[in-house]
Structure formats: C-alpha cells, structure tokens
Design a protein around this ligand. Structure first.
Ligand code: PLP
Length: 432
C-alpha cells in the first residue's frame, strides 16, 4: 500500500508570505523545519488528537503544541473556562481569586513547591528562578547540562560541545562572554563531572538546573545515580537544586519527574501543560527561598500580564482535570503500544535505532543507543530522521520536526490512532 502524497499548496503560499514578514517565517525557531529540510506546514485548527492544515489535510498530532495539549486540542473544560474568563475581562493588572486557586492547585500537586510566582513563559520562569537562586545564595555560578534547554535566557543559552567541565562559551551571537561566564556546562548523566565541578567550585555554585527528564535533546532519561548526586551535592554545598519541569511537569506524572523519581528539588519551573495552551508558566519552591522574591524580599521580578485571568482560568481547568480524571494510566497504555510498534517497525526494517520513553514522552533515535547525553544524541543519523519525518507527513502523521525533540501522546489519541501511526511508520521505514 502506498499513500498518496498530500498537497501543500496553500501552506507554501502562506509560508512564503510569512518569510517576508518574520525572520525565517516563524515566531519560534523550533517551528521551522530547518533540521529536516523544507518548509513548515501552516495550520488552521486542531481538534482532539488531530491538526488540520490550510490545505485541509488532517494529521495525527504528536507535538501537542510542544507539550501543553495533554488532553488534545479544544479540550472542553479548558475551552469553557476560557470563554467564561473572556466575559469577565481580559486583564486587570491586579490580584484575582483565580491566581490563588491556581497556586493552590500547583502547590497541592507538587509538594516541594510551597510558594509560586506565575509568569508568562518557561523562559521567564527559568530566568527568574536562577536570579532568585543567586540572590538567595549570594553566589554566581550556575551549572547546566549540555543538551538541556531552559528557554532563551542569555546565561542559559550555552550548550557547549565539550564533555569536560568548562566555564561556558556562548554559542548564540548576541550572548556576551560576560553573561555566560558564570555558567558551567557539564555532561548529562555524568556523576564524576558533577563531583569534580563541586570539588573545584562548590562554594561559588548558586544552583544546578536540569531537565529531570530531558526532552530537548530527544527523550533522555536520567540515571538514578545522577539524579541522586545532583541532590546530594547541592545539599552538601548549600546550592539550590532547580528542576526545570517546564516540559515534564504534569506530563510524566501529576507531580512531575520529582514525583516519578522521588527526588525533592529546592525550586521547580513549570510551563507548557500548566497554562492549558495559553501563555502561562510558574516558578516556585521552598518558602524560605521564595520569600526572597520582591516584594516579600529583594530579588526583582514583575510582569504586566503575569497571572493573566484568561491564562489562569485555562490553567485551573487543566490542573483540575488532571487531578479529577488523571489520564496517566491511559497515556501509559497508549505510549507503550506506540513505543512497541515503532520499535518493531524499525527492527523489521533493519534500521539502527533506540526508542527512549518516560510516560507519554518518547523519541525514536536513529542511533543504536543508549542515548544518555548530548554527545551520544548528536551521533544520531539525522538524514534518516528527515526521511522518516517527511514520510510520516505524507501519510498524515505530524511528528516533531527534529531528532532532538520528544514526541507527546495525548489522552485524545485513540488506540486506532496509535495503530494507524505504527502502520504508517512501518511503511516509511520499510522503504529505507
Ligand atoms: C519549553 C521549555 C522551556 C521554555 O519555555 P518557553 O515557554 O518556550 O519559553 C524551558 N525549559 C524546558 C525544559 C522546556 O521544555
């Protein structure tokens, strides 16, 4: 069976127009198809597990807006809450009851978080969290891990290719050496490297920030030993442990990776799911640390639209649904089925691969695996990934447009959607 190629005429027209108006035709670099070649599709609507492009093609969606859509598109409780909020006014720049409700839901779900501040994006959350960690400890150095993405914060926009512990070198033009000189970049899952960094700089380290399940180099799973050492060393040296759960929070468990792995960080950042698809993110943590945030404390932080009533209403509806009708068991069943099916498809095609998954986040790496860090992820066969990606697009399956992104399964996917996806992937890989 060969599926007909889909037509993308209208997408091409709109994207050419966009390229004249916006750099690269997009408002977020992650949306461009740079890594797979070709132009992005332009979308008109989403419903449940499906996206519809401007040419009227339907796709089974495995991006879910890069994470937020854990219940699929146009999830009824969120949609209703947003409609109702719009009718009360779109922004007040003053306290509302809804902010209290959302804060209570967050604190109840993620026990390490005793106080929160609401912001508008994951970038803002991590930027603020490291400022607070620095203000709280009176220290400068931040440790991050290569391949971990924390938004486009200048001092965190350092990926570094080196396996050794080196003081950061910026890799985006516009990020000054001064901004990133206090960022140390280490290798994910490298306990020895982390120990060495603490031995040499321990009393200057303000914070260690990491994705406790990594999605931004493809799905990479921390070892128990690695997570335990981040906790033990930060505790020993009085540094702040920040779990960046912008992607994995409410995704790999309601209480995030910290619940799943039983590790308690000092601070947590969350985004994506917590805003139910609207611009909302959070940083929070121990009361003792959060009380350093202005105006309770002295670390500056503010935002005109922070705690926006529409975003807050969407977040409340989302978190209540996750509490009252937890989708995690169903997601596990679907995700296991998809992972098994994709693995079998790659096996029977004889393509080198390894599938890594935590809950409903997963990546099929075109690499024999295991992929434990950026160095191993970077050895994946990205040419094969591109063929896989485009083969699936032509068959109505919309996967992340990079080998180095995780796909997301939503509770709106059906067993039939999963089985259809597996059949399409089998067809694509068989033609390799
Ligand atoms: C998406 C993401 C961010 C950035 O969030 P934005 O809302 O895109 O600014 C930060 N950290 C992680 C782990 C993410 O996945």
């Amino acid at each position: 069976m060969t599926s007909p190629q889909l037509l993308h005429t209208q997408s091409q027209i709109e994207f050419s127009r966009a390229k004249r108006l916006m750099p690269g035709g997009v408002n977020s670099a992650a949306r461009a198809f740079g890594a797979v070649g070709g132009d992005p599709l332009v979308f008109e609507s989403g419903q449940g597990a499906y996206l519809f492009d401007v040419d009227g093609n339907r796709y089974i969606d495995y991006i879910g807006s890069w994470g937020p859509m854990i219940f699929g598109h146009q999830f009824d409780p969120v949609k209703k809450a947003v409609h109702a909020a719009v009718d009360r006014g779109t922004s007040f720049g003053a306290p509302t009851v809804a902010e209290n409700e959302l804060a209570e839901l967050l604190i109840e779900a993620v026990p390490s978080v005793e106080m929160v501040r609401l912001v508008n994006s994951g970038t803002e959350a991590t930027m603020s969290a490291i400022r607070v960690a620095r203000g709280y400890t009176g220290r400068d150095i931040i440790i991050k891990f290569s391949g971990n993405y924390h938004g486009h914060v200048d001092s965190l926009l350092v990926a570094a290719g080196s396996a050794a512990a080196t003081l950061g070198v910026p890799n985006s033009p516009g990020v000054t050496a001064g901004t990133s000189q206090d960022t140390m970049v280490l290798r994910y899952n490298d306990v020895t490297g982390l120990e060495a960094a603490f031995r040499s700089h321990g009393d200057q380290i303000a914070a260690v920030i990491l994705e406790p399940v990594c999605g931004n180099m493809g799905c990479v799973i921390p070892t128990t030993e690695f997570l335990n050492s981040t906790r033990a060393l930060t505790e020993q040296f009085g540094s702040v442990l920040i779990f960046d759960e912008v992607m994995c929070g409410f995704r790999v468990a309601r209480g995030g990776a910290q619940e799943r792995f039983g590790i308690t960080p000092d601070m947590t950042t969350m985004g994506k799911i917590v805003g139910g698809g609207l611009p909302l993110a959070v940083f929070g943590g121990k009361r003792e640390i959060m009380e350093h945030v202005l105006p309770a404390g002295k670390v500056f932080q503010a935002g005109t639209l922070s705690g926006n009533p529409i975003a807050t209403a969407a977040g409340i509806a989302m978190l209540k649904s996750l509490r009252d009708e937890p989708p995690y068991e169903y997601l596990e069943t679907l995700s296991q089925r998809l992972a098994d099916g994709l693995t079998a498809a790659a096996d029977s095609a004889g393509v080198e691969h390894c599938l890594q998954r935590v809950g409903s986040m997963m990546t099929l790496f075109f690499h024999p695996g295991p992929v434990a860090d950026w160095d191993s992820a970077a050895r994946s066969n990205t040419a094969q990934f591109s063929r896989y990606f485009w083969g699936l697009i032509e068959r109505g399956v919309y996967m992340p447009c990079s080998q180095f992104e995780a796909l997301f399964v939503s509770a709106a996917h059906s067993i039939e959607d999963i089985d259809h996806t597996i059949a399409m992937a089998t067809e694509v890989l068989a033609n390799f």
